[in-house]
Each structure stands twice: as C-alpha cells, then as structure tokens.
Write a protein that binds this ligand. Structure first.
Ligand code: PXP
Length: 257
C-alpha cells in the first residue's frame, strides 16, 4: 500500500500548562512552547482542554488558534460544552477522547461502539464546520469499524498499553500489543481512515510506530517535555523527528525501495 514518505509529528503542549498552573501565574507560557515547537519542526500542535481545566485553559486555545501557522489539534471530551467551544475556535482538527476526572491522563480509548448514539450528532456538527474529526481509540476491530461507521475521518490508535508493557519489561504482552496496533492500522486504512498514533511514545517507540506504513501522524507530549528539561525543546523535537525518519527509512528498506 502506498504511504506518505514522512510521518507528521504533532507536539502536545499540555504539560507546559501543567507547570504554569502549579504556580498559578502566566509562566511558562504554553503558547510560547507551541511556537517554539513549530519553528523546531513540529507539523502540528495538540492541546487538550479538559473539563476541569487542569492544564490548558480556554484562553490558551484561542491564542493557539490565532498565533499558530501549523494545524491545531484540539483534544477534547465529546461533550456539548467542548463541542460548543470547538465550533467557536474552529481548530483544524478535533480529537475526541474519553475523560474521567480522577484519571492522571487519558487512560483508555474512547468507547465509540458503545457511545455512537451521543457521538454521531456531535461528530456531524464538527464536520459541518469544516473540522477534521479524529477518534482516539484502542486498536480494536469493533472500535475501528464503529469509528468508520460514525463518519470520522481519522482514528488515533492508543499506544499507551504497548508503551507501558515495554517500559515495564512485559515483553510478550508488548509484542501482542504491537501486533494489535499493526493489525488495527491496516484495518483502519483499509476502511479509508487516516491513521494516527499517540500516548506514551518516546524516541524508540515512535521510530517503531513510524515503521507501520499506514501511520500518518504521531502525537507526542509528555516524553518530549521531559526531554526538553535536559536538552531543550528544539533539540528534543529534532531528535524525535530523526527517530521518526529512521523508522520510515527502515520501512522503505524492508520494502526494497
Ligand atoms: N494523543 C492523545 C489522544 C492523548 O490523549 C495524549 C495525552 O494527552 C497524547 C496523544 C500524548 O501522550 P503523551 O503525553 O503520553 O505523549
């Protein structure tokens, strides 16, 4: 199957807002981080406006939309409140995620199959306003089929379970999780969906994800911001881009290109 030569890198800046909010002031400014990421080679910026506003705030989203040249990916729960904000801000894309107040981060994929009644009209309204709709789901055949049936243009496959298993040395489980991602990416692309991946990725796992031919975009936040503490955001993004390119080069080599 034909695939894009490169994989887009979406940089998630939520954690800059987390550090800002820890002191209640205006610094560090997540929009400054987004602009720096853009100039360092990010193909897009992702920000998650959570219901509890624990990191990104409404004003951050407005400023991101006004100041960025690269596409803004507005991550949000599929609630009426968030749909209304997205329709006002008009980002390039909305990535619909599950959200529970007590979770530390987005823990599982969206249950698209179980929530289609609520999701269908909200997805339709976002699409009618020209917003590209992505659904953050587990690489599960039922969820992928449901995402397609609901009219989403993109699925973002949840890479967290794979990354956690690898990090904790559960290698058999990691191999099974990666196989699920491989199969899911092929299934989704076969249905005409654009395939993204994200959650918990680092240099090595991003490189491996880039070897899946259907992957068009990877969204990465926490690891990059952690690296930025030590090497700076520009260097972390450059190293990540190189890892992704390495993955694509290895894929081309395997295909005999
Ligand atoms: N993609 C989605 C849909 C997410 O919810 C998150 C976490 O906010 C990410 C990507 C980025 O994950 P991480 O911060 O672990 O790189």
């Amino acid at each position: 199957m034909a695939h894009e030569r490169t994989v887009r890198l979406g940089v998630n800046i939520d954690h800059v807002a987390t550090v800002r909010n820890a002191r209640g002031g205006a610094l560090p400014d997540p929009v400054r981080a987004a602009l720096l990421a853009q100039s360092a080679g990010a193909d897009g910026i992702t920000a998650h406006l959570r219901e509890d506003r624990r990191h990104i705030r409404d004003r951050d989203m407005e400023r991101l939309k006004a100041e960025l040249q690269v596409p803004l990916n507005f991550e949000m729960a599929a609630t009426e409140e968030m749909v209304a904000i997205a329709l006002r801000i008009l980002p390039h894309a909305c990535c619909l995620v599950p959200e529970r107040r007590e979770e530390r981060t987005t823990e599982g994929g969206l249950d698209v199959a179980g929530q289609s009644h609520d999701l269908r009209p909200r997805i339709a309204r976002l699409k009618e306003s020209g917003i590209r709709v992505s659904l953050f789901i587990a690489a599960d055949d039922r969820q992928i089929a449901a995402a397609h049936a609901l009219g989403a243009e993109v699925v973002e496959l949840h890479t967290g379970a794979w990354c956690d298993a690898l990090a904790e040395g559960r290698l058999d489980e990691a191999a099974a999780e990666f196989e699920r991602l491989r199969t899911g990416a092929a299934q989704a692309a076969g249905l005409g969906l654009e395939v993204h991946g994200g959650h918990g990725l680092d240099y090595a796992t991003a490189e491996q994800m880039a070897m899946l031919p259907q992957i068009a975009e990877l969204n990465i936040g926490h690891f990059l911001m952690g690296e930025a503490i030590f090497v700076g955001l520009e260097a972390a993004i450059a190293t990540m881009r190189a890892a992704i390119e390495r993955g694509r080069a290895r894929l081309a080599q395997e295909n005999g290109a």
